[in-house]
Design a protein around this ligand. Structure first.
Ligand SMILES: [Zn+2]
Length: 542
């Protein structure tokens, strides 16, 4: 079903100017005004027309969720920033004709594990201009930013300090390496996942995190679901540390279970109470997947806390299947299948093939860091789809992808081939999340209005970060003075192509993606030479 109100007609949506009309017709209308207004109007039109920009995007339907602008405008870009937004013609060295298309702030993804160039390119193809690894995070963070600065980045990148990495180092004595592959390799060790830290270990964990915050980490990633045996006091101390430095935490909550105890409900309540008691800003990642079929009891906890002024934010991704390690603690212990909402072995999938009890147990015993797909909802079933709509369609919930690294021959792929090598594999959310929201939630079903979807994918994530990350104050908006991180797309054509069995297919319908005014995607094709992405990082303490 297409929502009629969202259909864009350039001739009716904007009453006084359309791209077909000339400057003279506008001035002609102005003749009915006073001479004074006419002369000042002519002067300003002339000034705008003569100003030469590096790039102009003309005749597009410009959406700025902060000011409420939703009209045909021309956008002028100079030195990487938005320099003009006008009803009148603008000139520039390069012109993009966006007639019939939407011009919006580029998507900001708060939850992007895939930080390799191929993963970031897949993100660019669906309009993402900033992709941040905040839920899991990395450590040591200074080393990571130094190493990344030497690599080309098509879009902006950044990371939080990883609480799990600090925990692994403090509890196992293995020095943390700023690499997701290293983290996956540590799943064979269960001590850091299940034990309460000693006072000395807790001190070391907090010291490692504090160091990372001083090195400019974007807050603290608290991947508690992967170390659910951590103590309440340690988790609370992490929240207090975040509050002390006024940085957010990004949490994968401790439990995912429909029945109590150790339920999703209990875990969300723990997060809200830590935010309230420590005064920290705590972001709850992918509430869709950790709530499973219990979203109607978990989400209201967060929304009510927000209403009461507590600093809790929340995100979701638009799939009824999660990507996770087969060795995760939630898939162990008595009754784990019941806790996981009645999940069956055939609800798990590896490289497009469903598992059975034997293949699942073999993987868990021999290769616990393997990333598998877990169908926690049946999105074809209307009852389950409504559970997904509850989070994805909610106006206070940010869209975040939880994008995974692309795996080729069993390794996280960090090569720069484009397209990605044949057989490259990842959860389809890695290159389809934002396209799927526009296709399935906006165009096909009208669950979200276009401007609300844009807000959930750009302004809301910018607002979640901007208090502690000054760079984000210039993102997520189409306004003069903001960074020219912009996506241009055709709402009638935009679509995710990636599937659980054939994920290596970029999204379509995104004709231009600009990062700092540089075209990373041009006429729907990736520009492999473009590397305008910058590090998003908090100021480094002396
Ligand atoms: Zn997670």
């Amino acid at each position: 079903m297409t929502s009629q109100s969202e259909r864009f007609d350039p001739d009716t949506s904007y009453p006084t100017y359309s791209g077909d009309k000339t400057l003279h017709s506008n001035i002609g209308k102005a003749l009915s005004l006073t001479l004074l207004i006419l002369s000042s109007l002519t002067a300003s039109v002339t000034a705008l027309a003569q100003e030469t920009h590096d790039l102009v995007i003309v005749n597009g339907r410009v959406i700025d969720p902060e000011t409420g602008l939703d009209a045909v405008r021309n956008v002028g870009i100079k030195d990487g920033s938005i320099a003009a937004i006008s009803e009148f013609p603008l000139t520039g060295a390069t012109t993009i004709n966006a007639k019939g298309q939407v011009v919006a702030p580029g998507w900001i993804d708060l939850h992007a594990h895939g930080q390799e160039i191929g993963a970031l390119r897949m993100q660019a193809m669906q309009g993402v201009t900033t992709a941040l690894e905040l839920e899991s995070g990395l450590l040591p963070i200074g080393d990571w930013y130094t190493a990344e600065a030497k690599k080309p980045h098509p879009i902006n990148y950044g990371a939080a300090a990883a609480w799990t990495f600090a925990r692994i180092q403090a509890i196992t004595g293995t020095e943390a390496k700023a690499d997701l592959g290293w983290f996956q390799s540590m799943f064979a060790n269960h001590d850091w996942q299940n034990s309460i830290s000693t006072p000395e270990q807790q001190t070391e964990i907090l010291a490692l995190l504090e160091q990372a915050i001083k090195e400019g980490a974007i807050g603290v990633g608290v991947n508690a679901g992967y170390a659910p045996g951590n103590g309440q006091k340690e988790y609370f101390a992490v929240a207090q540390l975040a509050a002390k430095y006024n940085v957010p935490t990004f949490t994968h909550v401790r439990y995912a279970s429909v029945p109590e105890p150790k339920s999703s409900f209990e875990a969300v309540k723990e997060l809200v109470s830590n935010a309230a008691l420590a005064g920290a800003h705590m972001h709850l990642c992918h509430i869709n997947s950790t709530s499973m079929r219990d979203i109607d009891s978990t989400l209201p906890l967060v929304l009510n806390a927000q209403k009461d002024g507590f600093r809790v934010s929340v995100g979701a991704y638009p799939y009824g299947a999660a990507g996770t390690t087969v060795g995760a603690e939630m898939f162990r212990g008595d009754g784990w299948q019941v806790r996981m909402g009645g999940t069956k072995y055939s609800d798990f999938e590896l490289n497009g093939k469903r598992l059975d009890e034997k293949t699942f147990n073999d993987l868990q015993a021999n290769s616990p860091g393997t990333i598998i797909t877990w169908h926690y909802l049946d999105a074809e079933n209307p009852v389950d789809l409504a559970k997904l709509d509850a989070s994805v369609g909610n106006l206070n919930v940010a869209i975040e992808s939880d994008a995974m690294p692309w795996v080729v021959n069993g390794e996280n792929y960090d090569g720069d081939a484009w397209p990605l090598p044949e057989g490259a594999f990842a959860h389809p959310r890695s290159n389809g999340t934002f396209a799927k929201v526009l296709r399935f939630w906006v165009r096909e079903r009208g669950v979200l209005s276009l401007s609300d979807a844009v807000k959930k994918m750009s302004l809301i994530p910018a607002q979640i970060l901007e208090e502690s990350v000054p760079q984000m104050r210039k993102k997520g908006r189409i306004q003069v003075g903001m960074d020219a991180d912009i996506v241009v797309f055709d709402l009638e054509k935009v679509a995710d192509k990636s599937t659980f069995t054939e994920p290596n297919q970029p999204a379509v319908g995104f004709s231009y993606v600009l990062v700092g005014g540089v075209m990373v995607v041009e006429k729907g094709k990736l520009n492999t030479d473009a590397a305008p992405g910058e590090a998003i990082r908090r100021p480094i303490a002396e």
